[in-house]
Ligand binder design. Structure first.
Ligand code: NDP
Length: 609
C-alpha cells in the first residue's frame, strides 16, 4: 500500500509512532546490509576449514571396527530427528530390517552436536519433542534445554529398538544406484560395502556449519571453534556454564543469531573479556520459561500432541483457530492482527488483502517497537542499546527469546562491536579480529555464524547421490529442486529425502520431519509388501509438483522477504528461484494433501516396476 492511501493515512494518524518514517528506516537499514556476494560471502567447512565440522569433541571412545558387508532393506542416513522419526515410523509399519548411519556417536543430530552453553529449543517443547505420547515422557519445562532433548532422542531410539541398527562414527561418502541389483550401494569412510533396497536421506537442514569468508581465518594463532562443536576441553564447564578456564581469556564471538543469543550470557559470565561482533541484531523477546504443570499434562487427552502441533501451525499460517494453545512469542503477532481485524470499523467496507497486509505491518511495527523499548529498559548504556535494536519485521529473521542476553551487555567485561558499516568483521589476523579501524586481540574466536541452510545442494550434503543412468542429484537439482512432495525425484528409484525443500515449512522442524517420515514409511512398506522391486517418481509427476510449488508460492510472503534485511531466510537478499520455495498453503494443507494421497492408495505419480 502506498504512503498516500487514505486508509493508511487514517490508520497511521491513530498510531503513537511515525509509520512512514519507520518504513524508511527499515529500507535504509536493509540496503546498507545487502552484500553483493550474497550466499558466496560464506566459506564451506572443507579443506583448511574441515576441522570446524569434522572434529567431534564429544566422542568418548573413538570406535575401531572392521568394514562391513551387509544387505538390508533400508539405509537411513542421519540419526537426527529425520532419521529417528523414519526409524520409528518404519518400525510401526513392521519394517525392521534397516540401518541408520551417522558421523556422530549417538542419536540426536542437531542435539548431539549443539551442546553450547544455554542451548535450548525455541519452540514449545510439547510441540517440539516428538512422540511424547508414544514414549510416555513429560518435558520438564515449556522450552527444553539441549541435554533434555538429546536424552529424548535416545529415549525414542531405545523405545523403537534403533540402537541395534545404528552405525555411528561412520560418514557416508557416496550412494549409488546399482541397476542390475535394483539396490543402492552405500559407501562409507570405513570402507563398508552396504547394499540397500531403499535409502532415506535425512541429513538435516542445519547440519553443515558455515564460516564467513573473512580473510585470514587460518592465520589466527589462538583457539577457534564453531558453536556446533563447543570445545569444553578449552572452556571448561558445561551446558550450564561455569567455564572457569575462560577466566583469564579474551574471547570473541562472531554472530548474533539464535545460537549466539543463547550462549553469549554464559560467555559473558565466564570470560575475562568478551567481544560480541554483531552485524545485524536479533529481535530478543521475553522467554518466560516455566516448569510443566503436571496436573495439566496428565489431564491431556490422547491425540493431544498432534492437535497442539496443528493448532500452532494454523495460527502461524493465519488460518482460523478457536484458541491459541501455545500462546507464546511466535503466535503473538498473529493474535494481535486477529484482534486488530476484529475491532475494525465496519464503515471501512469489505476487508481486502491490502488492508490485511497494512494491518499486519502495523501489528509488526508495534511488536518491534515493544522489543526495541525492552532493549532501552534493560541495557544501561544508551549507545549500546541503540546498536542492539533490530530494524526489520519480526519474521525477517528467526525471532529469539531470552531473559539474560540483553542484561549481559551491562557487564563491564562485555563489549558489543558493531560491524554493520563494514558488512561484518573485516579481517582475522594472527592475534585477533579487525573491525573498523581497530584490531581486537583475543585468545579465542567462537564462530556463531550458522549453517548451510539454503545454499546450493552440494554445500549442504557432503556426499554424492548417483541415481539411474549415472544421474547426479546435485546436477538434477542444479537449476532448482525437482521432486514429488519434496521427498523423491525422477531417476532416483527407491530413494527418499526428509528435509525442508519443496514441502511445507514450519519453524517446528521435528513435527515436519515426523509427518514426512509417516509418508515415506507408508510408501516403503507398500512396496516391500508387494511384488514390486522399485518405486520411482515419474518425470511428469515431478514436473507437475515443481509447477505446483511455483504456482502456490505465497506471493505475499515473497514480497515480505524481499523487503527484509539479508539473511538465510531470504537468500541473503538475492532473488530466490521460485521452485526452491515452500508449498504456499502451509503445513496443515500439505499434510492433508499427503493424507489424501495415501488414502487413495494408488501411489499416484510413482511408477512401480
Ligand atoms: P544464523 O545464520 O542465524 O546467524 C549467523 C550470525 O552470524 C548472524 O548474526 C550473521 O549476521 C552473523 N555473521 C555472518 N557473517 C558475519 C560476518 N562476516 N561478520 C559478522 N557477523 C557475521 O545462525 P545461528 O546458528 O544463530 O542460527 C541458525 C538457525 O539455527 C536458526 O535460525 C534456528 O533455525 C536454529 N536454531 C534453533 C534454535 C532452537 O532453539 N530451536 C537455537 C539456535 C539456533 P547477519 O544476520 O547480518 O547475517
Amino acid at each position: 500500500m502506498t504512503n498516500n492511501d487514505p486508509l493508511l493515512e487514517r490508520l497511521a494518524s491513530d498510531l503513537d509512532f511515525d509509520l512512514k518514517a519507520l518504513r524508511k528506516k527499515y529500507v535504509f537499514e536493509r540496503d546498507r546490509r545487502i552484500n553483493t556476494a550474497g550466499t558466496q560471502q560464506y566459506t564451506e567447512v572443507s579443506g583448511d576449514h574441515a576441522k570446524f565440522e569434522q572434529d567431534d569433541p564429544y566422542v568418548e571412545t573413538p570406535m575401531s571396527r572392521d568394514a562391513l558387508s551387509i544387505d538390508t532393506d533400508v539405509v537411513i542416513i542421519g540419526a537426527g530427528f529425520s532419521g529417528l522419526m523414519s526409524g520409528a515410523r518404519l518400525t510401526e509399519r513392521g519394517v525392521v530390517n534397516f540401518r541408520i548411519v551417522d558421523a556422530a556417536s549417538d542419536f540426536g543430530g542437531t542435539w548431539y552436536w549443539n551442546r553450547y552453553p544455554g542451548a535450548q529449543c525455541d519452540i514449545d517443547a510439547y510441540c517440539y519433542l516428538p512422540l511424547l505420547e508414544e514414549t510416555g515422557y513429560m518435558p520438564k519445562e515449556k522450552y527444553s534445554f539441549a541435554p533434555e532433548i538429546f536424552e529424548h532422542s535416545k529415549r525414542i531410539a531405545d523405545s523403537f529398538g534403533l540402537y541395534e541398527k545404528a552405525l555411528f562414527q561412520t560418514r557416508v561418502t557416496e550412494i549409488r544406484w546399482i541397476e542390475t541389483e535394483s539396490r543402492w550401494s552405500v559407501s562409507t569412510n570405513r570402507g563398508d560395502r552396504i547394499r540397500a533396497r531403499f535409502v532415506i536421506q535425512g541429513t538435516g537442514p542445519l547440519s553443515r556449519p558455515k564460516l564467513p569468508g573473512i580473510p585470514g581465518i587460518t592465520s589466527f594463532k589462538g583457539h577457534t571453534f564453531h558453536t556446533c562443536r563447543w570445545d569444553y576441553n578449552y572452556t571448561g564447564g558445561n551446558h550450564k556454564g561455569g567455564m572457569t578456564k575462560l577466566a583469564d581469556k579474551r574471547v570473541a564471538i562472531i554472530g548474533t543469531g539464535a545460537t549466539a543469543i543463547q550462549c553469549v550470557p554464559f560467555l559473558g559470565a565466564s570470560a575475562k573479556e568478551l567481544y560480541v561482533f554483531q552485524r545485524t541484531p536479533s529481535s530478543v523477546g521475553l522467554r518466560g520459561n516455566k516448569p510443566t504443570d503436571e496436573a495439566w499434562y496428565t489431564s491431556l487427552e490422547p491425540g493431544w500432541q498432534r492437535q497442539r502441533r496443528q493448532n500452532f501451525a494454523a495460527i502461524l499460517q493465519g488460518e482460523p483457530a478457536a484458541e491459541d494453545l501455545v500462546a507464546d512469542g511466535w503466535t503473538d503477532i498473529v493474535r494481535r492482527l486477529g484482534n486488530a481485524l476484529m475491532s475494525r470499523d465496519p464503515e471501512d467496507g469489505d476487508l481486502n488483502l491490502e488492508e490485511i497486509m497494512l494491518r499486519s505491518e502495523i501489528a509488526d511495527f508495534e511488536k518491534m517497537n515493544e522489543l526495541r523499548n525492552r532493549i532501552e529498559q534493560l541495557v544501561n548504556d544508551k549507545d549500546t542499546a541503540e546498536i542492539l535494536k533490530p530494524w526489520y519485521r519480526q519474521f525477517c529473521k528467526r525471532p529469539t527469546f531470552n531473559d539474560q542476553y540483553l542484561d549481559t551487555f551491562n557487564r563491564p567485561n562485555v563489549h558489543l562491536i558493531d560491524t554493520s558499516d563494514t558488512q561484518g568483521v573485516e579481517r582475522v589476523t594472527e592475534k585477533g579480529l579487525v573491525a573498523g579501524d581497530t584490531e581486537y586481540e583475543v585468545d579465542c574466536i567462537v564462530f556463531a555464524t550458522g549453517f548451510e541452510a539454503t545454499s546450493a545442494p552440494h554445500r549442504r550434503v557432503d556426499f554424492s547421490t548417483i541415481g539411474r543412468n549415472e544421474t547426479s542429484l546435485f546436477d538434477h537439482w542444479k537449476n532448482g529442486f525437482r521432486t514429488l512432495h519434496g521427498i523423491s525425484s525422477h531417476n532416483f528409484p527407491n530413494w527418499f529425502t526428509i528435509g525442508i525443500n519443496q514441502n511445507a515449512l514450519s519453524p517446528n522442524f521435528t513435527s515436519m520431519f515426523d509427518d514426512l517420515a509417516i509418508h515415506v514409511s507408508y510408501i516403503i512398506a507398500s512396496v516391500l509388501n508387494s511384488d514390486f522391486r522399485t518405486v520411482e517418481v515419474s518425470a511428469e509427476a515431478e514436473e507437475a509438483w515443481v509447477q505446483e510449488i511455483i504456482q502456490t508460492t505465497n506471493q505475499a510472503r515473497n514480497d515480505f522477504l524481499a523487503e527484509c534485511t539479508p539473511g538465510f531466510f531470504n537468500h541473503e537478499g538475492q532473488d530466490e528461484n521460485l521452485q526452491n520455495l515452500p508449498y504456499g498453503p502451509g503445513i496443515n494443507a500439505f499434510n492433508a494433501l499427503l493424507a489424501q494421497w495415501r488414502n487413495e492408495g494408488e501411489l499416484t505419480g510413482m511408477t512401480l516396476s
